[in-house]
Design a protein around this ligand. Sequence first.
Ligand SMILES: Nc1ncnc2c1ncn2[C@@H]1O[C@H](COP(=O)(O)OP(=O)(O)O)[C@@H](O)[C@H]1O
Ligand SMILES: [Mg+2]
Length: 359
Amino acid sequence: MPHDDIILSMNNITKKFGTVKALSDVNLEVRRGEIHAICGENGAGKSTLMNVLSGVYPFGSYSGDIVFDGKVCKYKNINDSEADGIVIIQQELALSPYLSIAENIFIGNEQAKAGVIDWNETRSEAAKLLARVGLPENVDTKIMDLGVGKQQLVEIAKALSKNVKLLILDEPTAALNDEDSAHLLDLVRQLRNEQGVTSIIITHKLNEVADIADDVTIIRDGSTVGQMEITAETPLDQDELIRKMVGRELTNLYPDHQANKPGNEYLRVKDWTVHHPLDADRIVVDHANFYVRAGEIVGLAGLMGAGRTEMAMSVFGRSYGSRISGEVYIKGKKSIFPMSNRLSMLGWPMPLRIAKSTV
Ligand SMILES: Nc1ncnc2c1ncn2[C@@H]1O[C@H](COP(=O)(O)OP(=O)(O)O)[C@@H](O)[C@H]1O
Ligand SMILES: [Mg+2]
């Protein structure tokens, strides 16, 4: 695309972590004012590439070069890239739960007069930004009282306060329900159409790519394996995209379930209730019940913030939470173990391991 106005080009980016080569000669070209999707399987290197771009991994810690808006970039940290109008919203949201929306938007970028924070200005500017992202909340509301979808909008409001030219969203809808996802994607589209904001969006959801992206770059095992342009005349070929992402023909996206015959009940958790470790009035897990039979795999599904990790950790050695109540049975026998001690679990007949969820 020689005639296009390229706002960003990343050329031959290679990044190693010790002996692990996370990125190998990756190329990315983004046109001004477009929504550019980056697709690839887990571990492909998408987040690493964006961290290189935004200075999280500073100049010198990778090889290759970055040109943004006509300028060669040698960012030492995230502040440097923000000064150029590149704002990244990380996979894990980085807001402070105990601060208000207004405080979060302007943290590190305070609205101050003569060295003193101007709260009237802070609150009225925050209110204007919330209106721009379509979030009808009071600016004094604490972040912890907002759902993930709304927190995501606060992150975007914060990005707008920094005069963003390139907005990077790393799997923004992974933890959102359909309605919140649709609102977020509409907003990204609106920023493009009305303010010419360029966006890079990392997502696994192919329908979102088809819906919102103008271009897609596909990364596999740390290398760029393809780029596809999406227009009204040439809509996204999802099969082609999947083939590029996984590197082989995929005849069956959801292979047949292999039947397994589980044994007898091994673990049962009854009426498990857990309160927040710092805010003992807040219920995080509310009378949860589940059981596990010998030899089976049990999935815990739920949106981010639903309490999956908290439930698992509170059962495992009570390593999360306060005011825990409920019962645990092992092979039908009620289990009693000392409170608040991870090591107490060593006495359990079965090693329970909790893997951190990555979804
Ligand atoms: N800080 C790190 N230290 C060591 N290895 C890392 C680090 N960050 C990422 N990696 C490795 O780099 C590869 C790419 O990771 P990542 O960019 O997070 O993938 P993606 O975002 O596409 O899922 C993976 O193999 C991952 O294990
Ligand atoms: Mg990632």
